[in-house]
Design a protein around this ligand. Structure first.
Ligand SMILES: [Zn+2]
Length: 445
């Protein structure tokens, strides 16, 4: 298939030729989660609900007010409904944003959803413990423009409008990032899912000491997208847009972003490089795409010191990341005193992932989910939302996200059923220690 190059630094974006792609997308009709949060508990809240919850019939929908206490479901008291939730997730799979054989494929999110069903981690099996936020609005152009330039947003939108024939455009110098006729709208939906989860988690934190963790199961991913354009499979900076939204709409001034994707989150890094109120902490494989994220990149101006980059040597794995969590992430977050923690959750540091060479395991991701949830409970009243970034081996991706859900639920990990210690090599412990000591020195930790 021919790919047409489009650069958003010129007006060519509006003249791109698209090959219109028909697709089926069953995730439509989104409307903004607001004070009246509309949750749909898929199908049945079965009779074996934990902690003796009531049974509701199939296809039950419940409109739940997070802030006013005026629920519509007569069977369950309002506060009980949300306070029972341990995880709230939203799904935005971008089924029309796909390029054949591209690792960032439209199979990624469905593979996670299927895993949640398979391991009985979905609302169908968990009742009110796990809630899918199903009706939410796409982000607005203004939401996106809080991070990206207006020229980029309007240029991409114009490109969509002019799609008249089947095709995929390849965006010049972006890493490579492609776009289809659906890319603009589906990217708005992905960002909107994150925004809706911010609303939901913040609302719940006002009435519960341990609100549910939010998880945006979304694509295209976002952490490489720079203010002026897309990059590295990423279109809009979902986590960055959500951070600005949390500040603007909820008065959550101080945002702590943890990015454990195997690649440096250069887009998020750039968006907040001068901002003292948003701490960006990225762990990534040294030398991997896009080559940024050096130790010395610590922020600029008023934001000096609120960016922390830790490139880890290839082969770093579970032991390295546990040490990083204890010695870097925890003291950084404690010192920063965040109002909310957002997570760029990339699963491409898994040992089975094809795009990089770290050795995280499913158990590593369980640990990160559990510890980050605890950190949020300790520091910011439990406000915490995860955003899916990378992860290109569908099995390790889906197993790892499922095990993250188990962590949020306070249940034992099942990672040992998936992880195979025999394929792991010895971690480069000396070089890991050197990297940790270097970043501790730079940041006075
Ligand atoms: Zn990545």
């Amino acid at each position: 298939m021919e790919l047409l190059a489009v650069s958003f630094s010129s007006s060519l974006a509006g003249n791109a030729l698209f090959l219109a792609r028909q697709h089926l997308c069953k995730w439509k009709n989104h409307s903004r989660f607001d004070l009246e949060a509309k949750f749909v508990r898929n199908k049945i809240l079965n009779k074996s609900l934990r902690r003796g919850r009531r049974c509701l019939s199939e296809k039950t929908e419940a409109s739940i007010s997070c802030s006013t206490g005026t629920g519509e479901d007569p069977l369950i008291p309002v506060n009980q409904k949300l306070s029972d939730a341990r995880v709230i997730y939203a799904v935005a799979p971008a089924m029309g944003h796909n390029q054949e054989s591209h690792p960032e494929s439209h199979f990624r999110v469905p593979s996670i959803v299927n895993a949640l069903e398979k391991w009985e981690l979905s609302p169908k099996f968990r009742g009110l413990e796990v809630i899918e936020l199903e009706n939410f609005n796409a982000a607005s152009s203004n939401d996106i423009a809080s991070v990206h330039t207006r020229a980029y947003v309007s240029g991409l939108e114009k490109a969509m409008d002019q799609a008249s024939k089947q095709g995929i455009i390849l965006i010049e110098g972006s890493g490579p990032t492609y776009a289809t006729v659906d890319t603009f709208q589906e990217s708005l939906v992905a960002a909107g899912a994150g925004i809706a989860l911010i609303d939901a988690v913040v609302a719940e934190s006002k009435i519960s000491k341990s609100p549910p963790v939010g998880f945006a199961l979304i694509r295209p991913p976002g952490h490489h997208a720079i203010p002026k354009g897309p990059m590295g499979f990423c279109v809009f900076g979902n986590v960055a847009v959500a951070a600005r939204y949390a500040q603007r709409s909820h008065g959550l001034k101080r945002v702590f972003i943890i990015d454990f994707d195997v690649h440096h989150g250069n887009g998020t890094n750039d968006a907040f490089y001068d901002d003292p109120d948003i701490f960006f902490l990225s762990t990534h494989q040294d030398g991997s795409y896009p080559g940024t994220g050096k130790f010395e990149e610590v922020g600029h101006g008023d934001g000096e010191g609120t960016t922390l980059n830790l490139p880890l040597p290839g082969g770093s794995g579970d032991t390295a990341m546990r040490t990083v969590f204890d010695e870097i992430i925890v003291p950084c977050a404690q010192r920063f005193k965040p109002d909310i923690i957002l997570v760029s959750a990339g699963y491409d540091a898994h040992v089975l992932d094809p795009l990089a060479s770290l050795q995280f395991t499913t158990g590593t991701y369980y640990m990160l989910a559990s510890y980050i949830q605890q950190l949020a409970n300790d520091l910011c009243e439990g406000r915490c939302v995860f955003f899916l970034e990378g992860g290109y081996n569908l099995k390790s991706l889906s197993y790892s996200v499922a095990d993250s859900f188990r962590a949020f639920l306070g249940e034992p990990s099942l990672a040992s059923e998936f992880d195979n210690p025999a394929i792991l090599h010895e971690e480069p412990s000396t070089r890991v220690r050197q990297a940790i000591e270097r970043v501790k020195h730079i940041h006075s930790l």
